[in-house]
Write a protein that binds this ligand. Structure first.
Ligand SMILES: Cc1cc2nc3c(=O)[nH]c(=O)nc-3n(C[C@H](O)[C@H](O)[C@H](O)COP(=O)(O)O)c2cc1C
Ligand code: SF4
Length: 450
């Protein structure tokens, strides 16, 4: 049986969201252990040893991030949990918070203790009011049972934990935009440096971590960083929540041990259960949320060298942007041959154009042009030169913006054209066919320009 760290009791333990039930399942032992027998630095050391990498998208090692936190005398430090979760295709954090809110709260206490934070925040996507209510009830229960508030478990450590509703924009998930929003301002990303570890919330040292990253720390403290590092493959240690959607038989949230082959993830009954119809064939996968490069079947199942592709940070990115992609936030979208890549790319571009905060010209203008040109190709008014124009616009955004939303908008377009250029060409050369309702290119399979 694959090991489950975050979801072990979900689905088989009624009322897991209640403190008493979570506690009866061994919950809050990590807080007891940390506060009674470990120093804050020892907690960070265990997380470092575990190799746990940030689950919000970039995969930065969590323990290293914690150890970078500046600790000037007399200046407060903050831990902020990023629960904004607005990336299309990603829905794992809300699943965890809805079903097992105390797992996040326990992780927040352990991490806050380690960082020396005495006030911490969970910034939740504003539309997820139901999640906010679940978390607030769970926080009140934890406080009533002595795990939050003044002198936790009789120690000299005190922590106030607050839930903050998000500003209602995808950009508020970018960590510095999130901090601006938490301070009550418009969620515009900040120029970096200074990084949040030095000047974050209210200009004080701050760590921002994803829900899943923080929730995983309790298991690490209970079992030790070395045990966690034994799970997974190489530098992809531990388990990962994957939000699986699209044309598969069993969409949902799956906790995988990092290292599961992509083919097994898609076709085994343990996970996605294969394609949704017996006769449908996989065409493409967006493996890590809408912002990562799309890959055609032959490159998602195997690397360009013919090695089986694994669900790890390294294997998914094997081949760079020429033939690889990224694990990202784990938003795994599988598409069969009924999916139109041009329509899908246009749809993503609409999203990024809408969500650009508008501070940088390449992103503000470029996302608008991407959307406009894709719209005309999709609607039968495209020219053959438009395809190269899209590549050119995407290149002019990449690396020239304040925050990575620019790249998030550019990569899906560049990769769709790299791997599915013939579909774009068909839309341009067959405008009448391509604009019929649910029209899909049925020609030769993807021939990536690798
Ligand atoms: C536009 C944009 C949106 C993002 N949205 C989220 C989000 O909803 N949740 C999240 O954890 N990280 C998100 N991130 C990444 C955060 O900036 C940050 O890297 C992350 O919260 C750090 O946590 P981790 O180290 O635990 O992954 C986003 C980044 C960008 C550029
Ligand atoms: S890249 Fe886009 S979203 Fe990010 S700061 Fe610039 S304009 Fe705003």
């Amino acid at each position: 049986m694959p090991i489950k760290i975050l979801t072990e009791h979900i689905g088989n333990t009624p009322n897991l969201h209640q403190f008493s039930v979570y506690r009866a399942k061994g919950g809050y032992r990590a807080v007891e252990k940390a506060l009674k027998s470990l120093t804050p630095d020892e907690v960070t050391e265990e997380v470092k040893k575990s190799g746990l990498r940030g689950r919000g998208g970039a995969g930065f090692p969590a323990g290293m991030k914690w150890s970078f936190l500046a600790k000037p005398e007399g200046v407060p430090r903050y831990l902020v949990c990023n629960a904004d979760e607005s990336e299309p295709g990603t829905f794992k954090d809300r699943y965890l918070m809805m079903n097992n809110p105390h797992a996040l709260i326990e992780g927040m206490i352990v991490a806050s203790y380690s960082l020396g934070a005495r006030t911490s925040y969970i910034y939740v996507r504003g539309e997820m009011l139901y999640v906010i209510q679940i978390l607030e009830r769970a926080i009140a229960e934890a406080e009533a049972n002595g795990f939050l508030g003044k002198n936790i478990l009789g120690s000299d450590y005190s922590l106030n934990l607050y839930v903050h509703p998000g500003g209602g924009a995808y950009i508020c998930g970018e960590e510095t935009a999130l901090l601006e929003s938490l301070e009550g301002k418009r969620g515009n990303p900040r120029n970096k440096p200074p990084f949040p570890a030095v000047k974050g919330l209210y200009q004080c040292p701050t760590v921002v971590n994803n829900v899943e990253t923080i929730a995983a720390t309790s298991w690490i403290i209970n079992n030790g960083g070395d045990e966690y590092a034994k799970i997974g493959v190489g530098k992809s240690t531990g388990t990962k929540l994957i939000s699986a959607s699209g044309h598969i038989r069993k969409p949902g949230v799956y906790e995988i041990e990092l290292g599961v082959p992509v083919e097994e993830f898609i076709y085994s009954d343990e996970y996605c259960g294969g394609m949704w119809h017996a006769d449908s064939r996989l065409k493409a996968v967006v493996a890590g949320g809408s912002s990562v490069p799309i890959l055609p079947t032959q490159l998602i199942l195997k690397t360009a060298q013919g090695e089986p592709r694994l669900m790890t940070y390294e294997s998914l990115s094997d081949g760079g942007f020429v033939s690889g992609t990224m694990l990202g936030s784990g938003g795994f979208i599988a598409m069969d041959e009924s999916a139109c890549i041009v329509r899908n790319t246009w749809n993503f571009s609409r999203f990024y154009h809408h969500e650009s905060c508008g501070q940088c010209s390449p992103c503000r203008e470029g996302t608008g042009w991407l959307e406009k040109v894709l719209h005309r190709i999709e609607h039968g008014h495209g020219h053959s030169r438009d395809i190269d124009l899209l590549v050119d616009i995407a290149k002019k955004i990449e690396g020239k913006t304040i925050c990575p939303l620019g790249e998030a908008a550019a990569w899906p377009v560049g990769s769709a054209i790299r791997h599915f250029r013939h579909e774009f060409e068909w839309h341009v050369s067959h405008p009448h066919e391509a604009t019929r309702p649910n029209a899909v290119y049925r020609g030769a399979a993807a021939e990536s320009v690798v």
